[in-house]
Design a protein around this ligand. Structure first.
Ligand SMILES: *Cc1c(COP(=O)(O)O)cnc(C)c1O
Length: 375
């Protein structure tokens, strides 16, 4: 009987990437695999698609190291750049691409470059064990998200200083949408206009679109797109994208570990939070908040058993949850229970619980087994 398991379908993953390529045919792909590839297992995901992408994007240097140490020799982009000097030195010795989004990062890079040049002039450098390489820098420009990125008016100064820095091999421009899934709000058009304006006169590669940008803002694909969640067949908002041809990659499942008859008027679980209005059968499923399934999932949140949806009743506990199978249930101990997957879209689960899909998949804990299969 299997415990909580995330089954990852490798062929669905590659299918989704092909679809992304057809949506952005003139762009290179920086596949974003931060947060353990959105909970799907960073090593296996990257192995599965490394021949189909032009770069991997991550949020932490540890993730970049994991990918490189698994044998991938291509481009890896640190989407928030280095956090301190030690990370910068690693970035240079490992030849990661780095975002630069603030003056502190630029100054740190300039300082290291100066020291590097001095050492080289003195001839000390070649005796050092560490070798630094000039790296590609992605200058992050704030076009309206107002989170990371330099002000548009500072672009020319940053660009000049970066072009003079001997540890910089190339410069690209990057920015991020804040409302790309709201098609009629007018905000993305403004961000695109700002991005166009600041990049006038520079011959640089540009990147603005993550998943929503890829789906909805054709004019903002530029030289690089950065898909994350849609690679996994999951929507960047709560409207499913299966109609667009995407296939869910992950199936989260577990098993029924007991089925019990239950009398009307009796409560179930902690706090007696649910009282059955009628005689029924209760199934206990081996998955809980200790696996990352949200404890606040309300009564009625669906799970999928033997071809039908049944509701969660009572509180989700650490290792288990209880579901109302109905009085006529034929379900048996050991039967598979699907929490989300192609038969029960994660969008429906997220909508019922009141969270976003991103949160559901990235919160799965290491206790959940990750299994790969090809369809
Ligand atoms: C996470 C992230 C992405 C991918 O976002 P999705 O919405 O999952 O496609 C792209 N770019 C940056 C900078 C990110 O941090």
């Amino acid at each position: 009987m299997k415990p909580a398991t995330a089954t990852i379908n490798g062929s669905a993953l590659r299918h989704n990437l092909k679809l992304i390529k057809s949506l952005a045919p003139n762009s290179k792909i920086c596949a974003v695999v931060k947060a353990n590839a959105y909970g799907q297992g960073i090593r296996c995901v990257t192995k599965n698609i490394e021949n189909m992408v032009d770069a991997f994007g991550v949020a932490r240097i540890k993730e970049a190291l994991t990918i490189q140490e698994s044998g991938y020799a291509g481009k890896i982009v640190l989407l928030e750049g280095f956090f301190d000097r030690e990370e910068l030195l690693k970035t240079l010795s490992r030849r990661f691409d780095t975002v630069i989004h603030c003056i502190e990062q630029l100054e740190m890079l300039e300082k290291v470059a100066q020291e590097w040049q001095k050492e080289q002039e003195k001839g000390f450098w070649k005796r050092k064990t560490k070798i630094y390489f000039p790296v590609s820098v992605w200058l992050k420009i704030d076009t309206g998200m107002h989170r990371l990125g330099i002000h548009p008016e500072d672009v020319s100064e940053f660009y000049q200083r970066l072009s003079q820095c001997p540890l910089v091999s190339s410069i690209s421009f990057i920015s991020h949408f804040s409302r790309a899934d709201e098609l009629d709000c007018g905000y993305s058009e403004k961000q695109i206009a700002v991005f166009e304006e600041v990049s006038k006169g520079y011959s640089v590669e540009r990147s603005l679109s993550a998943s929503s940008g890829i789906l909805y803002w054709q004019q903002a694909h530029y030289e690089w797109v950065r898909p994350g969640i849609i690679m996994h067949g999951i929507s960047p908002h709560n409207r499913p994208i299966t109609e667009l041809g995407f296939k869910p990659v992950m199936t989260l499942s577990s098993s029924l570990i007991t089925v019990r008859t239950h009398k009307a008027g009796e409560p179930v679980g902690y706090g007696a939070a649910w009282i059955s209005p009628k005689d029924t059968k209760i199934g206990v499923v081996a998955i809980g908040y200790g696996d990352g399934y949200p404890r606040n999932a309300p009564e009625g949140t669906p799970v999928f058993i033997n071809g039908r949806k049944v509701p969660i009743v009572g509180r989700v506990s650490m290792d288990m949850m209880t579901v109302d199978l109905g009085i006529d249930s034929q379900d048996k101990v050991g039967d598979e229970v699907i929490l989300w997957g192609k038969d029960l879209l994660i969008e429906e689960v997220a909508e019922t619980i009141g969270v976003i899909n991103y949160e559901l998949i990235t919160k799965l804990t290491p206790r959940v087994l990750i299994e790969y299969k090809e369809e």
